[in-house]
Design a protein around this ligand. Structure first.
Ligand SMILES: N[C@@H](CCC(=O)N[C@@H](CS)C(=O)NCC(=O)O)C(=O)O
Length: 217
């Protein structure tokens, strides 16, 4: 049992998204470096809290284990409503936010699951093709997100968890330069998030790890 939130994560991974959420909520947390691609000790630690062996995984002060970044966003919003990770319930903005937040985790995120290490899923001869096809498909998906994005934030005048996802995910394949050329609204949202010094510190720490084997590298 811990008295504060404990985030199992890895530098350069989606645990950066949850760090941004916790920072937006003003909530303290401790981190456990538990990279799925790390050594056996890190993987064993992660296996204790997440049978999928994925980060981010958050353990709440009461000991509840939360896997799935969207579930974590809902938890943080419910417990710290001032974080405003989601718009008010039963509003068109809430529906819009839910649709595209779930799109990010249900459509885009899995493209890394299958493309990052294709040899987990297909024979060596097909690995390069699985990688390139999932990479290409992800570009289509991001164009769909771009087409729906408002300014200055994805939802318009108010920021939400979606902006935090975007700020982290533009660092992953197809990477920031592609977003600047093909999804300028999303690139601008990412820059707007990073203009907050607290968020920038988190993003910089994770970006500095970009040389190591990462999801999306
Ligand atoms: N649906 C999960 C996806 C999490 C995920 O895929 N995380 C990556 C790191 S960014 C991971 O742990 N990959 C290792 C694996 O899937 O084995 C979420 O939204 O939290």
């Amino acid at each position: 049992m811990t008295t504060q939130y404990r985030l199992y994560g890895a530098l350069g991974s989606g645990s950066a998204i949850v760090e941004l959420m916790l920072a937006k909520a003003g909530v303290g947390y401790e981190t456990v470096e538990a990279a799925p691609w790390g050594d056996a000790a890190q993987r064993a630690l992660l296996g204790q809290v997440n049978p999928l062996g994925q980060v981010p995984t958050l353990v709440t002060p009461s000991g509840t284990i939360l896997t799935e970044s969207a579930a974590i966003a809902f938890h943080i919003h419910d417990h710290f409503p001032a974080s405003a990770l989601l718009p008010p319930p039963a509003t068109p903005a809430r529906d819009w936010c839910m649709r595209w937040l779930i799109f990010l985790v249900a459509a885009i995120y899995p493209s890394f699951t299958y493309g990052d290490e294709p040899s987990r899923w297909v024979d060596a001869g097909a690995a390069a093709e699985l990688r390139s096809r999932t990479d290409r498909w992800r570009q289509n998906l991001w164009r769909m997100v771009e087409a729906e994005a408002a300014i200055p934030w994805f939802l318009g005048d108010t920021s939400s968890a979606i902006d935090l996802y975007i700020a982290v995910m533009v660092e992953w394949r197809p990477r920031r330069a592609w977003f600047q050329d093909n999804c300028p609204k999303l690139a601008a949202i990412a820059e707007r998030v990073a203009s907050d010094p607290t968020f920038a510190a988190i993003l910089d720490r994770h970006r500095a790890a970009a040389a190591s084997p990462l999801p999306g590298s």
